[in-house]
Write a protein that binds this ligand. Structure first.
Ligand code: NAP
Length: 312
């Protein structure tokens, strides 16, 4: 039977992905939303999560689609009320607050799931399987997009705790932490902060794998023209490339992308909700903090430079 779900934060990603997937999901039944501004037809609407929990106590699971700095108080409240919780990425604004949520979920014997939607992109599972027994020599990550196009007016992204260019960059890190067979650690980083903002707009990271591989990442939020979300891995058996955010896979120069599917439930957010349902059924939590830890490391170790002021 479908689990009754409440969703918090009806913004860009909720409208583009969560609501369409939930409309066809057999695992979840969207019964309520909490939003300061929006309503969803056919679904009870509340202004806040607290009102939603009080007014719709039958809710069993809560999906939090708000920005990271605003999300943890709601996650805490939902877990304390005994609801399973799905977190959009990144799972929180700090490592410590997410660790507190992990402990809270364990105490209440409920599921906390930190989702990483990019891990469900079509080429990622096949890339992970192919790389599992390869020797990795180097990895080049290029994540360049136009913040004005993808995040128009989202000032939170450049506030403290908003992640800046790491908001998309953490998607690349969520893929490489998933597909590379060995862990890796940051060696050095440079972060460019617009002088009127609290989060970086450009970043370059050098990381080293425990297997001796060298990983370089370029994140850029000011990309004009073609947008780039590419990961190229050089191995002892030839190159592997994940392109378009994991939508396309090339192995040894040949297209290895799995056949396309127009079924929403087989897309990235179909995968997100399928994983949430599987974890709930298994009585487990799923919180991989590795991508967030690399971003935290970059903020700790990175050299900062001043970039020109940024205005949307
Ligand atoms: P958004 O549209 O700017 O914000 C989402 C919603 O959260 C807003 O519509 C608002 O909902 C609520 N909200 C915003 N600021 C808030 C605050 N300070 N306090 C409480 N609620 C607040 O953001 P988004 O692009 O959907 O991103 C939300 C999360 O999804 C982020 O963590 C982002 O990394 C992730 N994500 C985004 C995308 C994307 O392409 N945009 C893709 C994948 C993942 P109400 O008006 O309903 O209250």
């Amino acid at each position: 039977m479908a689990l009754k779900l409440g969703l918090v934060g009806v913004g860009v990603i909720a409208k583009a992905q969560h609501l369409p997937v939930l409309a066809v999901s057999e695992d979840f039944d969207l019964v309520a939303i909490a939003s300061r501004n929006a309503t969803v037809e056919g679904v009870r609407s509340y202004a806040t999560l607290a009102e939603m929990l009080a007014g719709s106590p039958e809710i069993e699971a809560v999906s939090l689609c708000t920005p990271p700095a605003a999300r943890t108080p709601d996650a805490r409240r939902a877990l304390q009320a005994g609801k399973h919780v799905l977190l959009e990425k990144p799972p929180g604004a700090t490592l410590s607050e997410v660790e507190e949520l992990i402990a809270l979920a364990a105490r209440h014997r409920i599921t906390l799931n930190a989702s990483w939607h990019s891990r469900h992109a079509p080429g990622v599972a096949a890339a992970r399987a192919w790389l599992a027994d390869k020797t990795i020599r180097s990895v080049a990550i290029e994540w360049r997009e136009d913040v004005r196009h993808w995040h128009p007016g989202q000032d939170w992204i450049f506030a403290a705790g908003g992640f800046g260019v790491f908001d998309p960059g953490i998607n690349a890190l969520s893929i490489v932490t998933h597909i590379l067979p060995a862990p890796f650690a940051l060696q050095r980083a440079t972060l460019g902060f617009p002088e009127n903002r609290q989060a970086p707009i450009v970043a370059a990271l050098d990381l080293a794998g425990a297997d001796g591989s060298a990983i370089h990442a370029d994140f850029d939020f000011l990309q004009q023209g073609p947008q780039t979300w590419d990961i190229r891995v050089e191995t002892d058996a030839g190159p592997l490339a994940l392109q378009q955010g994991g939508a396309r896979l090339r192995i040894g120069g040949a297209d290895a992308t799995p056949p396309p599917s127009h079924d929403l439930l087989r897309g990235e957010y179909g995968g997100v909700y399928a994983e949430f349902a599987r974890l709930i059924a298994a009585g487990e939590s799923g919180v991989d903090l590795a991508p967030l830890r690399h971003v935290a490391d970059a903020f700790m170790l990175g050299a900062r430079s001043a970039a020109p002021p940024f205005h949307f």
